[in-house]
Design a protein around this ligand. Structure first.
Ligand SMILES: O=C[C@H](O)[C@H](O)[C@H](O)COP(=O)(O)O
Length: 222
């Protein structure tokens, strides 16, 4: 069994009846969503808010009942993946382009669980290029401003065209190499006009489930 699958499937143990669950995006929570689909088939009653169109269609296919922020304002639990996790529980997310909805859903959740594998654990964030969601208008100028923070922003492409997020925006993948102060960088990025959201999730995760070749580790905050 692959490590992401181990971690993703383990995460469903934290889902209880009648919860409202945030469903993340990516190849790790794919396994969570599949397991949850089986639990729902066996009678578990929950409702879910997806963090992307991709997750929404998978969850619908599996018969997982959906809700939205027009019906609920707080979720009991969100389960998501991460591209990098540092020793202070800070994350880089957005490799799959879903960072904006992921952050909104995580911020509205009482508990935020990350399922990942040991390759995602790092001492310092930044080797994985930081995804930054920007509005398409004047994205070139936004990219120049971001570059002045000491990185190389690259416009994410898809079939030779700019990749478009579920919110109609572009993504700039920004290679910082080492992000020594994630909070400071996050604040600086958010001050740049045109930046919608960044893939830095600072001190939001409550529990990390780390799958490796043959076992699973749970890392609790504090
Ligand atoms: O936009 C995508 C998300 O932030 C994913 O959770 C992240 O990229 C990790 O994905 P995966 O589970 O495929 O490694």
């Amino acid at each position: 069994m692959i490590s992401k699958q181990l971690a993703g499937e383990k995460a469903v143990e934290f889902i209880k009846a009648d919860m409202t669950i945030g469903l993340g995006t990516g190849s790790t929570v794919y396994w969570t969503i599949h397991r949850l689909g089986k639990m729902v088939k066996n009678g578990l009653q929950i409702r879910a808010i997806p963090t992307s169109k991709q997750t929404e269609s998978l969850a619908k296919e599996l018969g997982i009942p959906m809700t939205s922020f027009s019906e609920v304002s707080q979720l009991d639990l969100t389960i998501d993946g991460a591209d990098e996790i540092d020793t202070h529980f800070n994350l880089i997310k957005g490799g799959g382009g879903a960072l904006l909805r992921e952050k909104l859903v995580a911020a509205a959740s009482k508990r935020f669980i990350i399922a990942a594998d040991d390759s995602n654990l790092v001492h310092t964030l930044g080797k994985f290029p930081l995804p930054v969601e920007v509005v398409p208008f004047a994205w070139e100028v936004t990219a120049q401003r971001i570059a002045s923070l000491n990185c190389k922003p690259v416009l994410r492409m898809n079939n030779k065209k700019p990749y478009i997020t579920d919110n109609g925006n572009f993504i700039l993948d920004c290679s910082f190499e080492k992000i020594e102060n994630p909070l400071d960088l996050s604040e600086k990025l958010k001050l740049i006009p045109g930046v919608v959201e960044t893939g830095l999730f600072i001190d939001m995760a409550d529990l990390i489930i780390v799958g490796s070749k043959n076992d699973i580790r749970l890392i609790n905050k504090n």
